[in-house]
Design a protein. Structure first.
Length: 295
């Protein structure tokens, strides 16, 4: 029996963060740290509460609007080959999205469209993958707490689903009735996701707290613990993927719960299993995401 891992597995793993030929890393990336090339400034330190600190911030129940965001994404993935060799690949790009929303008592209905995508000159994404993202669209519903449901989108692509996952991180979960400064809360949810290049379902446990920010509004600091599992096929072979991970999210909200800026540092440890040939492929993915309101 041919015991070699199918080459297509490495192609798919590479597609997750491919930017050229993989090279062995000198050291594993520091968990939670963005790639050094375009590391943005850290989130500002907490400030004293404003005069409106006792006001609660909640998602709207009426009205409509449109915002444009820049979505930065930096990924670093280390895969351990069956030989024991580690391979590192890094990519980065920025996508520009327009979000339109209409609010009602039952929640907020969103539509998101990718206007353009800009590659990173030092850690570029393969152009064909970026082309698959341009023009992508999603629609989803946001409950009063910020929980996202009924997500639909087109066209389907690996990079598009990565961007969808980033979009779902834009709005933090808030308590029923809204959040006030120095309050904290917990929640859990299940969301679609990807483990490297493979689709999966994730269970998320989160803890969040509200901190003061300059002017009106709140800074929401969220810690998310994730576990995910999925099954797929590759060249007629069954593939099982499992992962655990953690996210650190800092979101700046104005008094109307509009997201002004959000940063996400996430670490995911995953295993791709190929039962038919008795092999497993472990890896670690470190990502830095930033979503910034442009207008």
């Amino acid at each position: 029996m041919n015991r070699r891992t199918p080459w297509a597995v490495w192609l798919l793993l590479g597609a997750a963060c491919a930017g050229g030929t993989a090279t062995p890393p000198s050291a594993s990336p520091a968990p939670g740290a963005p790639p050094a090339a375009t590391r943005p400034a850290d989130a500002p330190r907490p400030l004293e509460p404003s005069a409106a600190a006792n006001e609660r911030v909640r998602y709207p129940r009426s009205g409509s609007g449109r915002q444009r965001y820049a979505f930065l994404r930096q990924d670093s993935i280390v895969v351990t080959m069956p030989s024991g060799e580690e391979q590192l690949q890094e990519t980065a790009s920025t996508s520009y999205l327009t979000l339109s929303w209409t609010a009602a008592d039952s929640g907020v209905r969103f539509e998101a469209v990718v206007d353009s995508v800009v590659n990173d000159p030092e850690f570029p994404v393969p152009p064909v993958q970026l082309d698959s993202v341009r023009g992508s669209q999603w629609a989803f519903r946001q409950a009063g707490t910020g929980a996202i449901t009924d997500v639909v989108g087109r066209p389907a692509s690996f990079r598009g689903e990565q961007l969808r996952d980033q979009l779902l991180l834009l709005y933090p979960i808030l308590p029923e009735g809204g959040a006030a400064v120095y309050t904290s809360w917990r929640d859990s949810t299940a969301v679609p996701t990807r483990i490297s290049a493979f689709p999966a379902e994730a269970v998320v446990q989160l803890e969040a707290r509200a901190e003061p920010r300059q002017g009106r509004g709140l800074r929401i600091v969220t810690t998310r613990q994730r576990s995910a599992e999925g099954q797929s096929t590759l060249a007629t072979q069954a593939v099982t993927v499992r992962a655990t991970g953690a996210d650190s999210v800092v979101t700046e909200l104005d008094q109307d719960a509009r997201v002004l800026d959000a940063t996400v540092r996430r670490v995911t440890d995953f295993v791709v299993e190929l039962p038919a040939i008795g092999q497993t492929v472990p890896g670690r993915e470190v990502s830095f995401l930033r979503m910034t309101l442009l207008r």
